[in-house]
Ligand binder design. Sequence first.
Ligand SMILES: [Ca+2]
Ligand SMILES: [Ca+2]
Ligand SMILES: [Ca+2]
Ligand SMILES: [Ca+2]
Length: 324
Amino acid sequence: MWSSADVVVRVRDVQNRPPEFRGSRTGVIREDAAIGTEVMTVHAVDGDVGQPRDVVYSLVENPHDFFLVESSSGVLSTARPLDREALSSGDGVVRLMVKATEVNDDGTLAKDEESSTTTMITVTIRDVNDEAPKFNKREYRTSVPENVADGTPLALLDILVQDTDVGSNAVFGLSLLDASGKFSVEPEVAAGSSSVSLRVAKGPLDFENPNEQKFILLVVATETLTEEKLSSTATVVDAYTASISETAVPGSVVGTITARDRDQGVLGTSGIVYSLSGNGADKFTVHPESGVITVADCATPGAGDCLDYETRDTYFLSLQVCPW
Ligand SMILES: [Ca+2]
Ligand SMILES: [Ca+2]
Ligand SMILES: [Ca+2]
Ligand SMILES: [Ca+2]
């Protein structure tokens, strides 16, 4: 005689699977995001689906400590001001290692290897125009024979100007205002990194003329920032070079800089205020409204604390142009 019985075997879930990350692992954030700006939310669930445990998050790798993750919610936000140009990668991508750890019933963190997992999160920092073009040196010196042909570049200057932003944020203009009218600069516009040459444009130079034995060249490198940036920092930079004799009396005009709004494509001065800064800026004066740069008041032109070729023959200054 046969009898039968149904046997039900229940498999009880035990804790032997680590958490698994779900959802997006990429985020995008603007370089000028305020501290505390939310970037994305990371999410992981216990691989043991029967009685899943809670999961908490932490950052294992966090280059430059740009970000922090909220332990229980997984919200990733900015911990400090970002700087895209500080990244070694150059592509604006920050790679973060996020760890998800299961929580024991008593609230402590599970320590065993089967209770945690890590994943790579990539956050792309979108460039904003926050870097000004910079010269590779503060001073350049050279000499030139008086009989050089027009178009001859001044030798051994090795002027390099670099703006480390990306794309249009790295575009800067180079222009030359030259009281002597003897020199020219190229290129007029550059982006990223560019070598800059000064040429003798209208020779000959006349060594017997005391005003042409020495030229003090005033170089100002600046950049026109985008309209978007103008509304927040109102800084415009244009590139500029001028020369002036060391014995020029105070008030002598070095040159005039006119700010150009790159977005509008127009030269405009209405409501714009100019100021000069940088090492040696005290030797010059810029008219706040007209942009005319002149030699500052000084008792002994060509000597002492005044412009003095033997002391210093080149100045690199920043011109701030603030539209109000
Ligand atoms: Ca588990
Ligand atoms: Ca930056
Ligand atoms: Ca820039
Ligand atoms: Ca930037």
